[in-house]
Every structure is written in C-alpha cells, then in structure tokens.
Design a protein around this ligand. Structure first.
Ligand SMILES: Cc1ncc(COP(=O)(O)O)c(C=O)c1O
Length: 400
C-alpha cells in the first residue's frame, strides 16, 4: 500500500519556489547569480508598519485571535473595500488568512466537489491549478493570446462554461503576464457571467496597487454589482505593502462562504499571526504615500527591461499594465543551440541554459500554462536588471 496519499500525485511543488531555491543554492555555492525568479518587492516593509508590529508584541498581542481575523483588521479591510473599490461589506463578510494563498486554498477547498470545473485563464499563477486539483476539481484552461495582451476574451469564456463550472478565477494585474483588465474589458467578461448564474467569480486582486501609466484598477463586483452575491474578492498586503514574509491575505464575499472558509481554517492553521495582523491594520489604515513612489521605480524598471529584452535576438516582450513581471516569448530561440552546445527545444531548456551559462534565474513559461515564454520579476535594482538583461542579450546573440 502506498504511503503517500493519492492526492499528492495530482500536484507538484510550486515552480516559482523551485526556481527561486535553485538560484539560492547556486548563489550559496559562490556562483554569480542574478535571481529574477522571486515574486516579491525588493523594498523593505515601511517603518510605520514595522513599528506597529513591535508595538503589538509589547502590548501583548501575542495570543490566539479569532480564527479568521481580529475585529480591528476586519474593520480596516471593510474600510479599504469602501475607500478603494466602492464596495460595501460588513465584518462577517471578511476573512483573513495566512497569505492570499491560504485564502484561495480555503475558498476552493470549501466549495469544490469532485467533477466541478474551475476556469483558469492561462497564463496563470502556478498555484491555481494545483489547489483546484487538491480539492478534487478539474481546472479548465483558457489560453490568452499574446496579441490580446494574454487576456481572457469574452467569447472564449462563454465557450468554456459548462453546467459543471463552479468558479472563474480572474487575476488582474496578472502574475505572470502583468496584464490588467481595463474596466470595459472586465465589463465584457462580467456580461458573460451575468448570463450564467451558477458560476462564481474568484477575483485575485493581489496586485491591485501595482499599475502604471495611469491605469484605472477595477474589480468585478464593482463593475457589475449584480455579481456581488457570487463574487469572492481576494486581496492582501504581501505585494503592495512589501510584506510577503508577514503572511496576511484577505477576502470579502457572501457570509455563508466566508463561514465555510473559517471552518476549514479552524481545522488547519487557526488564526494568522497576531503580530502580522496588527501590522496589516497599520498597512491598510496608515499612510499610503510610499505606494506611488515604489510604482515610479517599478515603472522605470519595467520600461528598461521591456526595451532591453526586445533588443535581444529571438525574444519578444509585450509591455504589461501592472504587477512586477514581464512575460516575454522566446519562440525565436527554439531549435537553436547555445555557445556551450546546449540545444534549446523548449522554454525550460532556454531557462536552464540561461542559468547555467549566464547565471540569470528566470521561470519557464510552461509552469504558468503558456509556452514558449519565461517570466521575469523586475522587483530588483536597476543595476541588477541592467546586468541581467545584458547577459540575456549576450546569451541570445550566441544562439545559432
Ligand atoms: C497572483 C497571486 N495571488 C496570490 C499570491 C499569494 O500571495 P501571498 O504571498 O499573500 O500568499 C501571489 C503570490 O505570489 C500571487 O502572485
């Protein structure tokens, strides 16, 4: 009898975490590695947020809290949805988990039965399909074309919906493509969903604050209020507030779903860290002025990386609206051979050879459901990015 559960055979380790770890090990061995794999800002958590955490420790906020979030944090989240998204919620429509990832996990585990389908636009964040599979559901991928900015098109959504569809997962701005849906684009999708009342919308707004060129962020429940009762709006402090290690994510939705998610969390991790919750209250209620400052840096870095990648032989890099990723195509390098004699048959070969020959760590597109591409996280210094892009250009120039 097999020792490991059958469910484990359905899933694999997160490709982005694997790539990040590989780069870390090579670096620790003394190799000259530039890691562009990790999806986290290089900025420190702002000081006021760090101070709030220290004060929480000194105040004795060091005990169990309510399973799915303290009243103070839920109040801050209610205020955030009102202020930034025009959405009205009350405290028992809010859930807080150990990162956005746990919130997604709770939602899918609480709702997906074997045979249920979950529509996932590709390219997608690596964890969506695996969480669906772990829950016993069937991911249904709808691939976005690079020519459409990798976005889900309304007719493709319509075609993917079946009587078994439980959720559509939407992620804007997107990890890995950086694509963000304009209000009109979102409305075209919500118009389809209005016609299919059995389909729920799980919107992952984790990168809400990271948009450039005056992009106006909107979220499905705001664009189409009639979907409010079947939308779970997920967000978190990890990316915008530079708090990836603090592990706080949250969501708002119908009371019965929020309750079910708390039941799952009550039998797994219980409450997220009490100290991190206190810090998240300050993040949401405190000054927000560092966000546009960070975004100025991110925008400059995006523009630099897009320009330099488009100068590399065999690469094509669209300019995305948000997040801190670009998702270039390496189709023009497939079938070629590196200076060191390695054959590039697919995007994994491209990324492996790039790491081995030039010390640049990126994540291959197949892991995000659209090949041949790769993802670069540009949340690192301009110097590092310039050097990495020079190496990529040299690597591509050497392909024959
Ligand atoms: C699209 C998307 N959703 C959710 C998450 C999870 O965020 P957290 O670190 O808060 O669990 C990430 C993190 O990489 C992400 O990119």
């Amino acid at each position: 009898m097999a020792f490991l559960a059958d469910s484990l055979a359905r899933i694999k380790p997160s490709a982005t975490l694997v790539a990040t770890e590989k780069a870390r090990v090579l670096k620790a061995e003394g190799k000259d590695i530039i890691g562009l794999g990790a999806g986290e800002p290089d900025f420190d958590t702002p000081e006021n947020i760090r101070n709030a955490a220290k004060a929480a420790i000194d105040r004795g906020d060091t005990r169990y809290t309510a399973v799915d979030g303290t009243p103070a944090l839920k109040a801050a989240i209610v205020a955030k949805f009102k202020r930034e998204n025009g959405l009205t919620y009350v405290a028992n429509q809010i859930t807080v988990g150990t990162g956005g990832k746990q919130v997604l996990f709770n939602a899918l585990l609480a709702t997906v039965n074997p045979g249920d389908e979950v529509i996932i636009p590709a390219p997608y964040w690596v964890s969506y399909p695996d969480i669906v599979l772990l829950a016993g559901g069937t991911p249904v991928f709808v691939t976005g074309a690079m020519a459409n900015g990798f976005k889900l098109m309304p007719d493709a959504l319509e075609k993917a919906i079946t009587p078994k569809t439980k959720w559509l997962i939407l992620n804007s701005p997107s990890n890995p493509s950086g694509a963000a849906y304009a209000e009109s684009e979102l409305k075209a999708l919500t118009d389809v969903l209005v016609r299919h009342p059995h389909v729920w919308i799980l919107t992952d707004d984790m990168y809400e604050h990271l948009t450039y060129d005056n992009f106006m962020f909107t979220t499905p429940a705001q664009v189409e209020p009639s979907l409010y009762d079947r939308t779970l709006t997920m967000n978190g402090v990890s990316k915008a507030y530079c708090m990836t290690g603090w592990r706080i994510g949250y969501a708002a939705g119908p009371v019965h779903l929020i309750k079910a998610m708390a039941t799952i969390q009550s039998q797994s991790t219980s409450n997220p860290s009490s100290i991190s919750q206190a810090a998240a209250v300050e993040a949401l209620n405190g000054p927000q002025d560092f966000i546009p400052k960070h975004n100025q840096s991110f925008k400059a870095r995006r523009d630099l990386v897009v320009k330099m990648l488009n100068e590399a032989k065999g690469l094509h890099c669209p300019k995305p609206e948000g997040a801190f990723y670009v998702y270039p195509s390496c189709a023009g390098t497939i079938g070629k051979t590196t200076r060191s004699g390695k054959k590039i048959a697919n995007d994994l070969d491209f990324c492996t050879a790039l790491l081995e020959d030039e010390g640049v760590a990126v994540v291959h597109g197949e892991a995000f459901g659209l090949a041949p591409h790769f993802r670069i996280s540009y949340a690192t210094s301009t110097e590092q990015l310039t050097e990495a892009c020079k190496r990529i250009q040299r690597f591509c120039a050497g392909l024959v």
